[in-house]
Design a protein around this ligand. Structure first.
Ligand code: ADP
Length: 583
């Protein structure tokens, strides 16, 4: 029951609704006691032959009045209690969502997206159940159960009450046991379903790879296995569920049998009237629901608690990279200076970067080249504070990155990643992502700079063509150029192209780079690339190998050294020549 205390903050917040809901619930529990009693009185009057039409009409009016009041009041407590519990899941959902958006990439690296989605859906609905059905079953089973037992014992016969209650604890135990079994098997069925979901999602996303490698049959076989598993686990659930009703009916039957058998004896020896026995058995009928509810209560609360613990643990996850207390609310500008002695990814032991020391004057272009996996992207991620290390710092405009608010830092940097992401929206909306109110002229200007304008005009709806998952499919190069246009629209202090020209041909690359050189006067640009021609105009080129700067200088300087750069440059030139048939 600890979860009710943990949810105390919410009950306090909604106390008006909960208090009125509970009071109405208690009142209904009391009203419920009236009809059985009235039926008993009428039965006795009939038995003794004292019944008159007037008396009968009076009781019928009472029954109708009670029935109508219960109808209306039940409607209101439902709204009060269930209506409030919906608010709880909304509050938690909002909290969780905004928490998710503040978490750093390292959090997403260690969590599975499917799990996070499950917390945001299944767990929240279990918590909502606790605040709704949980509160209802707690209050209702205790009040209805208590009132009915008191009415049976004190107004009819305490002896008969004790006798008929004998099987009830067994019923509560069985309900609880069935509930646990059901919960466990249901959990397994849900897990199986979630695996099936993951598999389907992955196969559909990766269908091209599956087809390319001719793996359709194997994939169908994997799917079939998972699908069979889902069916088997659901059959287990259905079996337990089917046992439940008949078992409970037997126990309730025993209770009725005991009260009628012993009740009849008491009527015969004059301890009870026939009307009282009728009232008694009707009360007994009222007792079945609270007993069942009490059994369910344990399951609802147990599930709610487990879910609340999981959600609370997620909400407690610290945001690793956040604003310092006195971070400046100004956009950083000026020179950039890397003073990284060493950087290791969180949870890893091997440093990925070592002694990255260099500076870049505002307005200059930096080229970073090196083998795949040498650490180029990592170096850039430190600049946008996607990751952070403690051995060294990066200065921007003379101050460490941490001196600025994250929001301001990221406003200053237009980062175009390797794995670009386009939303299911129009081309124009995708480009204007950071500034939805910008004019179409500005959008077109950015698109022209990124050399994608002509392609866009060729789409069937121009700038209004929907792209992304639900839209037109674009080539890798087109996606890259739209991402570049998105970053250019910000006209950022620092433009970072992280291998973002890999899918365009050398000529297009050259067109884009030369228009950047003309249009980004006074602004800094950082380019990492596999193709050395992309960086040959840079003011500074760094060659990274295994996390270290192994060569540095301008293109001409590097060509004078007999290192990796020169060898690679000549190699790529030769390749280009061969590609163009030696011309
Ligand atoms: P490059 O951009 O030069 O191809 P990266 O900076 O992407 O190289 O990667 C450098 C090394 O860091 C690789 O060995 C890679 O496996 C590792 N790495 C990259 N990202 C992470 C991460 N988020 N967590 C742990 N290791 C990582």
């Amino acid at each position: 029951m600890k979860v009710f205390i943990e949810l105390g903050w919410f009950f306090k917040q909604e106390k008006k609704a909960y208090i009125s809901g509970v009071l109405i619930l208690l009142f209904v529990a009391l009203l419920q006691l009236i009809p059985p009693k009235v039926i008993g009185i009428i039965a006795d009057d009939i038995h003794e032959g004292t019944i008159t039409t007037g008396v009968l009409i009076k009781w019928v009016v009472v029954l109708i009045a009670v029935g109508l009041s219960m109808y209306v009041l039940r409607y209101y407590w439902r709204i009060m209690i269930f209506g409030s519990s919906v608010k709880l899941s909304k509050i938690l959902r909002d909290r969780l969502y905004s928490h998710f958006t503040t978490m750093s990439p390292s959090f997403y690296q260690k969590s599975r997206i499917g799990d996070l989605m499950a917390h945001a859906t299944n767990d929240l609905s279990a918590i909502q159940q606790t605040a709704g059905a949980g509160v209802l079953t707690l209050v209702d089973s205790l009040s209805t159960g208590g009132f009915v037992i008191i009415a049976m014992a004190f107004t009819i016969s305490w002896k008969l009450t004790l006798i008929c209650l004998i099987p009830m604890p067994i019923m509560a135990m069985l309900t609880s046991w069935f509930g646990t079994m059901l919960h466990k098997s249901f959990h397994k069925a849900q897990e199986a379903f979630s695996s099936l979901n993951d598999k389907t999602q992955e196969s559909i996303s990766g269908i091209k790879v599956i087809k390319t490698f001719g793996q359709e049959q194997e994939d169908i076989e994997d799917f079939r296995k998972l699908s069979v598993d889902v069916v088997q686990k659901n059959i287990v659930v259905a079996k337990i569920d089917s046992l439940y009703d008949p078992t409970i009916s037997i126990i309730v039957g025993i209770s009725f049998f005991l009260s009628i058998a012993f009740g009849a004896k008491y009527v015969l020896n004059g301890e009870l009237t026939i009307g009282e026995l009728i009232s008694f058995t009707t009360y007994l009928g009222l007792l079945v629901w609270p007993m069942l509810a009490f059994g369910w209560l344990f399951n609802i609360v147990e599930r709610g608690r487990a879910s609340y613990d999981r959600v609370a643990a997620l909400l407690r996850e610290k945001v690793e990279i956040k604003d310092d207390k006195d971070a400046l609310s100004i956009m950083p500008m000026g020179d950039i200076e890397y003073k990284i002695n060493e950087f290791t990814y969180p949870g890893e032991t091997k440093p990925i970067l070592k002694e990255i020391l260099f500076s870049l004057t505002k307005g200059e272009t930096l080229g970073i080249v090196g083998k795949t996996g040498s650490g180029k992207t990592t170096l850039l991620k430190l600049l946008i504070r996607e990751f952070e290390g403690d051995k060294g710092e990066i200065l921007f405009g003379g101050k460490p990155l941490q001196a600025y608010k994250l929001e301001k830092l990221r406003e200053a940097i237009g980062y175009v990643p390797q794995d670009h992401f386009l939303f299911s929206a129009t081309v124009a909306e995708n480009i204007a992502f950071t500034n939805p109110d910008i004019s179409i002229d500005e959008i077109e200007k950015a698109a022209k700079l990124a050399n994608i304008h002509d392609d866009i005009l060729g789409f069937f709806d121009g700038y209004q063509t929907v792209v992304g998952e639900r839209g037109v499919s674009l080539s890798g190069g087109q996606k890259q150029r739209i991402s570049i246009a998105r970053a250019l629209l910000m006209n950022p202090e620092v433009l970072v192209l992280d291998d973002s020209l890999s899918a365009v041909d050398a000529k297009t690359e050259e067109t884009i780079l030369s228009s950047l050189r003309q249009n980004r006067d006074g602004k800094t640009t950082i380019i990492t690339s596999h193709r050395l021609s992309a960086v040959q105009h840079a003011n500074l080129i760094l060659v990274i190998d295994d996390g270290k700067i192994v060569e540095r200088g301008r293109h001409e300087e590097l060509m004078e050294q007999d290192g990796w750069y020169k060898e690679m440059y000549l190699h790529q030139q030769l390749e280009e020549l061969v590609e163009h048939g030696g011309h």
